[in-house]
Design a protein around this ligand. Structure first.
Ligand SMILES: [Zn+2]
Length: 495
């Protein structure tokens, strides 16, 4: 039997619509053809699924979280994906397609990018082609997406330590189903939107109730007649009608898929009041005071409102301005690291000045200047680290080592600091633009608080003022009269 022909394409982005930032096609750095497959080992040569299909890369665009995609940029990427698929289908029918999505992309002036792309792709590949996707649990699953894609799965951990195995599971589920005869491949899908909208920092699987709820997922998956199950907790920093939690169960036993999905959605609803922040929270003043007073170090502070990996513009200056002006920090004799402030012109000027130079710059707030204007930083350049796609500088001020970059980027690893000559383990206070601490930072932190700072991914959702999501929505509204299972839908499969 010839191998099934499977195309791979998609657009993967998490985009805040509460930030003025935009994510252009160039920033989405599209890979084309063979390069698309290089992204994952499992279907590359020698990988676990390499021999299970003829994998054909079309176009895969991906960026770290940011703002919405301009309409023209999306149109361009979408057209190229469709043209690639048209050319493939002209050679021979496609048996399968992996639609590689995050699930929380936004396009300026348009709702439900993933649903739009899925429908457009379906129109080219035809009804017999099986489409599979492995998503981020912070993504959204609209009714359109649930109906159009045949196999949907998502991460089961946050932080996402299972991202690779989820992408592999989506591909493996697809080739497993393609081994069945045509007419028996398509499973039933139960889709249950749950009117809950919470930040990832309240729904980490490191703590209850998410630990217990996500532990139910593999149990449901293991049932006879069930193929996969997932809880998409959803993305709160976009204002579209689809934004809320979704439970899905996929399998040949349609009744069991529906009953287990509604049972899990019911459990999620019952436990909604238990969700709480992964760390103690406070205003930045409160958090910094606690960090300065702490007898243990390093004390980590999440500058959460402008977290670039959640969709913050990354160049909000509000927190750095407060930190540099803080008299208690200056008087304490303690030192802080601040990561980071992106400013292309500032970084180039600092590199030009060179290590040892005393500099004075006005930095940041070029993209998002709503919370605060550009911040003045005076100090000595102590490190300049150029890389292929960035330029990182450390400016030492009396109490703070400020990390200045040409482009915004996350600081999630110990090596992100040590290669800049910074030792976060020996710092008193480490302030990072991040939400929940990624594993290496979590391990390093002796203590940790999450500062509720302003920005495009403000953790205080009520401050953002959603206007287009479904109402009532927990925790923004009174939900005492809500039936959380009212919108459950069963999409029938082949059997
Ligand atoms: Zn995520």
């Amino acid at each position: 039997m010839p191998l099934p022909r499977v195309a791979v394409c998609g657009i993967s982005l998490e985009a805040s619509t509460f930030s003025p930032a935009l994510t252009t096609a160039a920033m989405l750095a599209p890979r084309r053809g063979r390069e698309v497959l290089d992204a994952w080992e499992f279907w590359s040569e020698g990988g676990s699924l390499a021999e299970r299909a003829e994998w054909i890369g079309v176009l895969q665009a991906r960026s770290i979280a940011g703002g919405a995609i301009p309409a023209d940029d999306y149109a361009l990427l979408r057209a190229e994906i469709l043209a690639g698929l048209v050319a493939l289908v002209a050679q021979a029918p496609l048996d399968g397609l992996v639609l590689d999505l995050h699930g929380a992309a936004s396009v300026v002036g348009m709702d439900d990018m993933e649903g739009d792309l899925a429908v457009a792709v379906r129109a080219v590949v035809g009804a017999d082609c099986l489409i599979s996707t492995g998503m981020d649990l912070h993504g959204n699953v609209s009714r359109t997406l649930a109906e159009t894609v045949d196999l949907l799965t998502t991460y089961r951990t946050a932080p996402h330590v299972d991202w690779q195995e989820t992408k592999e599971r989506a591909a493996r589920n697809l080739v497993d189903r393609l081994a069945l005869p045509l007419g028996q491949r398509r499973p039933a899908k139960a889709w249950v939107p749950v009117p809950i909208l919470l930040p990832g920092e309240m729904t980490s699987t490191r703590q209850e109730p998410a630990t217990g709820l996500y532990a139910r997922v593999p149990e449901i998956e293991a049932l006879d007649g069930i193929l996969d199950a997932g809880i998409w907790i959803g993305y709160p920093w976009a204002d579209e009608p689809r934004n809320c939690a979704v439970v899905m169960v996929v399998g040949d036993d349609a009744d069991l898929a529906l009953s287990s999905a509604t049972a899990l959605a019911g459990e999620l609803w019952e436990r909604r009041e238990e969700f709480g922040f992964v760390a103690p929270t406070g205003t930045f003043d409160e958090v910094l005071a606690a960090a300065i007073a702490s007898p243990v170090a390093p004390y980590f502070v999440s500058d959460s409102g402008d977290n670039p990996t959640a969709g913050g513009a990354g160049d909000v200056t509000w927190t750095l301005t407060q930190l540099l002006a803080n008299e208690e920090l200056a008087a304490s004799g303690k030192r802080a690291i601040y990561a980071s402030i992106p400013d292309a012109m500032g970084a180039l000027a600092a590199a030009e000045a060179g290590v040892g130079a005393d500099v004075r710059f006005t930095l940041g707030a070029r993209v998002d200047d709503r919370p605060a204007p550009p911040v003045e930083v005076s100090g000595r350049v102590v490190m300049v680290v150029p890389s292929e796609d960035n330029l990182e500088i450390v400016v030492r001020t009396p109490a703070v080592d400020v990390v200045l970059t040409r482009r915004r980027r996350p600081y999630h690893l110990e090596s992100d600091f040590t290669r800049l000559g910074l030792d976060p383990r020996r710092a008193d206070v480490v302030v990072v633009k991040i939400g929940y601490l990624e594993p290496e930072l979590f391990d390093m932190a002796t203590d940790w608080m999450l500062a509720l700072t302003p920005g495009g991914v403000d953790q205080d959702l009520a401050r953002l003022g959603h206007e287009r999501i479904q109402r009532p929505m927990f925790p923004l509204d009174d939900v005492s009269a809500v039936d959380p299972l009212a919108d459950a839908v069963l999409f029938r499969g082949d059997r």
